[in-house]
Design a protein around this ligand. Sequence first.
Ligand SMILES: Cc1cc2nc3c(=O)[nH]c(=O)nc-3n(C[C@H](O)[C@H](O)[C@H](O)COP(=O)(O)O)c2cc1C
Length: 374
Amino acid sequence: MPTLATEVDGLKFKNPFVIASGPPGTNLNVINRAFREGWGGVIAKTVSLDSTKVVNVSPRYGKLHANDKKEVIGWENIELISDRPFSIWLEEFKKAKDTNPDGILIASIMEEYNRDAWIEIVERCQDVGVDSFELNFSCPHGLPERKMGAAMGQDPDVLGEVCGWVMSAAKIPVWAKMTPNITHIEEPARKAFESGCQGVAAINTIRSVIGVNLETLRPEPSVEGYTTPGGYSSKAVRPIALRMCMELAQLIKKEFPGRSLSGMGGVETGEDAAQFILLGSDTVQVCTGVMKFGYGMVKDLCEGLLGFMESHKFETLADFKGHSLAYFTTHADLVKRQQERKAAQKAVEESKMVKADGEWSGDDFVKQSDALSR
Ligand SMILES: Cc1cc2nc3c(=O)[nH]c(=O)nc-3n(C[C@H](O)[C@H](O)[C@H](O)COP(=O)(O)O)c2cc1C
């Protein structure tokens, strides 16, 4: 029987499935629920020191449906980080750890470009017993207006400096969460690793406009008739997330062996998760999937992943982590491989052509006859 248990950066996960930062980890009630249902880890909704600066609007979600109008395949949100007071969060982190000592509880943190603020948030969260940190350098809407979130994630030098501040105070593992709203995701990731972060997580949401209402002619989600571009998630982003995780895993393999990757973006099944692991992820996060299917989906995720492992006779996640990375190459190399294969095939065919009556064979008789008729 294969096992889903895995150790990442010294953290012992009973399975690789982790609630991604967002509504599914937005307070103690839902964090406890996630652990009860069997999630290996929970990353709480991103917190900051002063929640009074965080003011949400409604509606703040917009959905893209498949042609049957039933299935949601894409999801835009213009939600900010947590609007709940930091002091309450500290109490809830402590209670969540007391209630779920074996569950991995990760604090997602975000601050302005201010060394003291980052150090304070790190110290106060780790003092109440969270297991590790995820640094939110990736929220694409609202927060960049305050030079936070994706605004930091898109500036590798600033990101590297902030990671350095965090690492000077952190006594627990730190993952930096990358923005996909950048041309080369490896550049900020390299800075995070150079500053000492144990891992990176990707992807956050993709900056998007979900659509325009053809009756009102207003873009959605419409707040008082106006909107602002938001973050896109769910099934539709999975191919982009897989590509970016592949690029991060290649970076880790070449330049930072031993560092970790937490992959996410549109995961809904154990088979989806298997693909992220084949491309180098150590853990797999889910946010929108939980908003579509509920916390109980973790049981199907585990079952699907175990089924995949059994069919390939893999005993542990390490048996196949990163297995498929070896099969990415350049377009020029694809052309070369195809030309070589065709040339080899032609040589075999030619070798089967008879040149003298003595070379006719009973086995290839039909092919030899065909070859002579061309
Ligand atoms: C409504 C909503 C709120 C989110 N809030 C946060 C957040 O506070 N911090 C964060 O790091 N990511 C946040 N995310 C991004 C998710 O953690 C995740 O990176 C992204 O949605 C892709 O994964 P998914 O397709 O499984 O949702 C949010 C996503 C959604 C849909």
